[in-house]
Design a protein around this ligand. Structure first.
Ligand code: F1P
Length: 344
């Protein structure tokens, strides 16, 4: 049956989330001590594909909670344009995110950063014995999230949750609030599977646009990549307020516009969706405390990013199945991209 690994990995992911939080609890004290000793003035998050998009969300959260400048770039940017992304390696913490821990661009970028005197390298990965982990000063492991499917689902969510715990903890917040999320995840999967299948099966919808801002932009980007990888459907990502500046020319009855509403800018974000619905686009809001897909209300902002993922992953999965495709083996893709390191 098509997509059996993907479906199983999406629907069981809250258990992997619990494993990630258990692992985090074991290393939380050392992380705080190492962070304080580093005295970094920049934190750079890197990854490739899905894990680049994870890095975008992680960097936004990290700066928001710690007040330290944080940004995210694809591993290839650090590799090929290092002077555009790192001002002072000796004051920079590099956080590498990689499901496999074997992606050539990420490993090579980390090695180069260390050669340049980078202050420290921390890695979030599903494989704590991987080559990337061996290059790192600290590893944040999400072992239970290892998966068979090429498309990242529970691995992404578990690594995202690890990044959320890291941002909260180093920002002086009570990260243990996150222990409530696996149960919220189970409820979301149970409640959204059928409506996401119905939306995915709408053959009148030919394009999917995902809108997100702040930490949600990285999650919206991952939703776009899942829809692209798994179902070969045209998908776009924009910051909410950017959609009016050109892309909304595509808002019409063939367009599905999925808004990842934030805890703190929802009024502005809802207005964008309302304008697109007025152009006869099909809109759907995933929102803390309300709208079409309801997330729990009153959580701290840094708790939300992982919660948007289950419905968005289910949407992409069901779209692939509706098109007779196998999301376990997306066309042209392999689980890891290996390149000739001699080329760099
Ligand atoms: C990075 C990556 C994935 C992508 C595909 C190919 O892998 O680009 O993000 O979805 O599976 O590899 P990793 O460094 O996170 O293992």
């Amino acid at each position: 049956m098509n997509g059996q690994h993907t479906y199983q990995e999406i629907t069981t992911q809250p258990t992997a989330w619990e494993d990630a939080l258990t692992a985090f609890a074991g290393i939380a004290p050392a992380l705080k001590t190492s962070w304080q000793a580093l005295d970094a003035n920049q934190v750079l998050f890197i990854g490739c594909g899905s894990t680049h998009y994870l890095s975008l969300a992680a960097a936004a959260l990290f700066q928001q909670t710690t007040g330290v400048a944080a940004r995210a770039v694809p591993s290839s940017e650090l590799l090929l344009f290092d002077k555009t992304v790192v001002a002072n390696p000796a004051k920079t913490l590099l956080v590498a995110i990689s499901r496999s821990g074997t992606t050539t661009e990420t490993i090579t970028a980390v090695s180069r950063f260390k050669q340049q005197g980078g202050a420290a390298v921390w890695t979030i990965t599903c494989y704590p014995d991987s080559p990337l982990a061996q290059l790192s000063d600290i590893v944040l492991p999400t072992v239970a999230a290892q998966e068979q499917s090429v498309a990242q689902t529970r691995s992404f969510a578990s690594m995202m949750l690890m990044a959320q715990a890291l941002a909260a903890h180093l920002g002086g917040e009570d990260w243990t609030v996150l222990h409530d999320l696996p149960e919220y995840g189970r409820t979301l999967i149970a409640h959204t599977n059928a409506p996401m299948q119905a939306l995915a099966q709408r053959t009148d919808l030919t394009r999917f646009t995902f809108l997100g801002s702040g930490p949600q932009f990285g999650i919206a980007s991952e939703a776009m990549l899942k829809m692209t990888e798994m179902s070969l459907t045209v998908a776009y990502t924009f910051h909410f307020m950017e959609y009016r500046h050109g892309p909304m020319s595509m808002a019409n009855p063939e367009a599905a516009i999925i808004g990842l509403l934030s805890p703190n800018a929802a009024a502005h974000e809802k207005q964008v969706l309302a304008e697109m619905a007025a152009n006869d686009a099909v809109t759907l809001a995933i929102a803390p405390g309300g709208e079409d897909i309801q997330l729990p209300a009153n959580l701290p902002a840094w708790a939300y990013p992982v919660l948007y993922l289950p419905p968005l992953q289910l949407l992409a999965y069901h779209r692939a199945i509706a098109k007779g495709l196998d999301p376990d083996n997306p066309r042209n893709l392999t689980a890891v991209v290996y390149l000739d390191t001699a080329a760099f």
